[in-house]
Design a binder for this molecule. Sequence first.
Ligand code: SF4
Length: 435
Amino acid sequence: MISHISDAHIACITLGCAKNEVDTAHMQQRLRACGFSLTDDPENADAIIINTCSFIQSATEESLEAIFEAAGYENVNAGAPLIVTGCMPARYGDDLAQELTEACAFVPCSKEDDIAEVVAHALGVPLTTKEEMPQDEFALMSPGVFAYVKISDGCDRFCSYCTIPFIRGRYHSFTYEAISKEVSQLVKQGVKEIVLIAQDTGRWGSDFEQPLSLAWLVNKLAKAFPHTWFRVMYIQPEGITDELLEVVEQHSNVCSYFDIPLQHVEPALLKAMNRRGSYEEFIELINHIKERVSNVVLRTTLIAGFPGETEEQFENLCSFVEEGYFDYVGVFAYSREEGTKAYNLPDQIEEDEKNYRAQTLRDIADNVCALKVAERIGKTFEVLIEGSEEDGQLYGRAQCQAPEVDGVTYVDNGIPGEIIPVTIEDTLLYEMEGA
Ligand code: SF4
């Protein structure tokens, strides 16, 4: 029986992408500010928060598995409340409460600011009023050398296959003040690389009364934190402006790295996706970026098996990847999601065929991209040392390697958080090795 908030240890389990990790960190901040203790041991926690992902069916299934697993813990059976937050409650609303009796409360993304009240209520402990709460600064529980910072939430693009605008709501940028405060606290905690994320980073600031731009934001952050690396993920093709290219080229602490989700190269399919572009337009964009930014590294994501994708259209997509315009390519099989426009499109492709196409595209990407990574042998890169593997092997990442998706660089010496020059001696698929 918990009699006081400080006796309550709360565990958070996060599913899904980096954006969800940031949301969990914000909820933890609120809980800590209200006097709760945090633990990373859910089986001994007094309450468990499961921050779910639900943007595609497989993510929903993974979230459900995590909920069912937690529901089997002894502490939960003995009464520790299970609270489900994030995308699942946002996507499925009240239906979820009826279906998922394992959980005692559901908090959609838009209500996560109320997490402390929900947890206090579930535990039956009084909550200190917000006014009396210490204003804790944003701080990660266990910061590494890099951290994600969300610069906006929601999306207005309504790509026909995507549930995000329904889950996360309309696009809204966070203010520079809020973003820089968070960056500042993370830098104080020893974070050396800030990865700016959002559903649509390129639109940052366009919704302000006095509109601002992503280029403005990155320029200001790069100047304010000159010893910190900045990297921007998820810039839609329309978000690549000359102003942004100039800012990236100007600042050595802004990674010359663009993550541009293209999804496909066929105009008809892009139109059906409620997106724009074509093979030729994308090549033009890529050449433009390469002309303006030296040693630039490019990543994209593609969807295979979108409804109506013909063999020929798929082959064109394969050719595009084979041409090696991109250093890294993420491939997803189209996922048919209820509530989206694409769900009702004719000519849906069989699951096996979609998976076959996705795997074919992945194999092509692996072959092409591995060769591009191998071209780095003999070149010297600044490498941010991150830590070591279980066997003690030290590793870090160069600016050309985004965290968690592009592989790492193995090194012989260095201290976590240090940035050292490393000459690449060998590569294996996406991993690099050097001294
Ligand atoms: S831009 Fe991204 S988040 Fe927005 S609707 Fe399209 S796929 Fe979804």
